[in-house]
Design a protein around this ligand. Structure first.
Ligand code: AMP
Length: 286
């Protein structure tokens, strides 16, 4: 496996692969791998000749009061885990190269970023779309694999790729969960032992919502109020949002008719967790 730090070296290597007619797949990450990351890599591995994984904790997507400096990092562990799924290249750039002094260009996707995390994390999506555009220009992939655990991010990237005519395919993968149903996240390491049952209220609320939907309930207000009751009934929880949205526009809907996603962000102690479920799909919670 190659480890490439330099942007120009990565571009040169990607170009040489393309000239040989090789297909490049790409999984952008912030590192501190778990099974969710590895699942994306396994899929990307199957559809290409060269699998590139980037590890980069992107400062542009963190607000001033967020966890950029404490975000978990362990390159050696990630390196070993990447080896087990056949990653060909780890691209591991430095901040000073990604955002040199006098950096001033950002990519902004409008409507789909206005709701949900776009409200509570004002610079988040601008940071994501900017870094992904840069990474796509550096890694030159034919396809990139994203997790639907970050559903609004997935929709935003698809929108950006379509709007800017970027020449790559975006593949979305279902959420990988722990044995107890908790959506895997690098941030789960922040959870204290006694907070874990409270963290499970996210997936429990999604299951409850699906059950109400199965019984024929279509009114968002009724499903959301039951879900919120379940979450706030547990200690340490503070709801950021619990919403039901159209999967294309990411805007709130009052009544479920077409494809709809229930998305939630909840602080458990000091850890902000997100999860989501598209009604009618398998939740795969346990
Ligand atoms: P991150 O390192 O958190 O930026 O995530 C990198 C990629 O892994 C993103 O496309 C995420 O959506 C995806 N991902 C994170 N957690 C999961 C999960 N539990 N299941 C599937 N994909 C995930």
């Amino acid at each position: 496996m190659k480890i490439i730090n330099s942007i120009t070296e990565m571009q040169f290597y990607a170009e040489s692969l393309r000239l040989q007619g090789k297909k490049i797949s790409f999984v952008p990450t912030m590192g501190y791998f778990h099974e969710g990351h590895l699942d994306l890599m396994r899929v990307a591995r199957k559809v290409s000749d060269c699998l590139v994984v980037s590890i980069y904790v992107n400062p542009a997507q963190f607000g001033p009061k967020e966890d950029f400096s404490s975000y978990p990092r362990d390159f050696d562990r990630d390196h070993q885990m990447a080896q087990t799924v056949g990653v060909d290249v780890i691209f591991y750039p430095a901040d000073k190269d990604m955002y040199p002094d006098n950096y001033q260009t950002y990519v902004n996707v409008e409507k789909v970023t206005n709701n949900l995390c776009g409200i509570s994390r004002p610079v988040f999506f601008r940071g994501i779309t900017t870094v992904c555009t840069k990474l796509f220009n550096i890694v030159k992939p034919h396809c990139a694999v994203f997790g639907k655990k970050d559903y609004q991010q997935y929709v935003t990237i698809k929108r950006m790729v379509a709007d800017l005519n970027l020449d790559l395919e975006i593949i979305g993968m279902p959420t990988v969960r722990e044995h107890d149903g908790l959506a895997m996240s690098s941030r789960n390491v922040y959870l204290k032992e006694d907070e874990r049952p409270s963290a499970l209220t996210l997936v429990n609320a999604l299951e409850l919502a699906q059950k109400l939907y199965d019984k024929g309930e279509r009114k968002s207000s009724i499903i959301l109020s039951e879900a919120k009751k379940l979450i706030t009934g547990a200690p340490f929880t503070e709801i950021d949002y619990v919403k039901i949205c159209d999967t294309t526009t990411m805007m709130d809907i009052e009544e479920i008719s077409g494809e709809a996603v229930m998305a939630l962000a909840v602080k458990v102690g000091t850890t902000r967790l997100i999860d989501n479920h598209v009604f009618g799909e398998k939740l795969n919670a346990q």
